[in-house]
Design a protein around this ligand. Structure first.
Ligand code: GRF
Length: 216
């Protein structure tokens, strides 16, 4: 079986990277991580990649005069590693519309909210302030607008009494670690199509019932 060659772009902790590494370790998983790129030399995620024996590239954005030059270096690394899909996982640089267009429908991101709610930063504090009963995460194809693009997988978690941003973030993060490997599997199995800017997934099954919060 030819596995889909994936690059994961990070800037920090790398817990989603770790979830993808663990998924790819299963012999029947249809994707492999060919390269991890970080724009920061001190990203903890680089150690996780090293432990897993995955090739790493540090491409510091500060070394480049322009965003375009920085992205050209990323692009060269991706091409050299024959990468077919790019997964952003806590990559904290905005990408130009040109880069996004070049990797259209081959570039995915995970965002810690149920998009299109709460784009941008501080999602958990904002979700709590809004009083929503469910929070969650979204894996989506990347478009030029930040945190926008066809949605592949979402995971919902309840907001619980007494939650603060940190506790909610922890619950959402656990869901992220399930959602991202699932999205990668669906893509690598060739089951994901973008049609009219919405995702269709061949043979997908949905959860059986409505979930209420509170339950009574
Ligand atoms: C995650 O919450 C992800 O949704 C967001 O950035 C965070 C990255 O965390 N885009 P990690 O580096 O994967 O641990």
């Amino acid at each position: 079986m030819a596995r889909l060659k994936v690059a994961v772009l990070i800037s920090g902790r790398g817990s989603n990277l770790q979830a993808l590494i663990e998924a790819c370790a299963a012999p029947d998983f249809p994707a492999e991580i060919a390269l991890v790129i970080s724009n920061r030399a001190d990203a903890k995620g680089l150690d996780l990649a090293a432990k897993a024996g995955i090739p790493r590239a540090v491409i510091p954005h500060r070394d480049f005069a322009t965003r375009e030059a920085f992205e050209a270096a990323i692009d060269r690394a991706l091409t050299a590693a024959r990468v077919e899909l790019v997964c952003l996982a806590g990559f904290m640089r905005l990408l130009t519309p040109e880069f996004v267009a070049r990797w259209r429908d081959r570039l995915v991101n995970i965002h810690p909210s149920l998009l299109p709610s709460f784009r941008g930063l501080d999602t958990h504090a904002r979700a709590l302030a809004a009083g929503v009963r469910f929070a969650g995460c979204t894996v989506h194809f990347v478009r030029a607008e930040m945190d926008e693009g066809p949605i592949i997988v979402q995971a919902a978690v309840p907001v619980l009494p007494g939650d603060d941003a940190e506790r909610l973030a922890e619950r959402v993060l656990a869901a992220e670690h399930r959602a991202y490997p699932l999205a990668l599997r669906l893509i690598a199995e060739g089951r994901v199509t973008v049609r009219d800017e919405r995702v269709e997934i061949a043979g997908a099954s949905a959860p059986p019932e409505t979930v209420l919060n509170p339950q009574r």
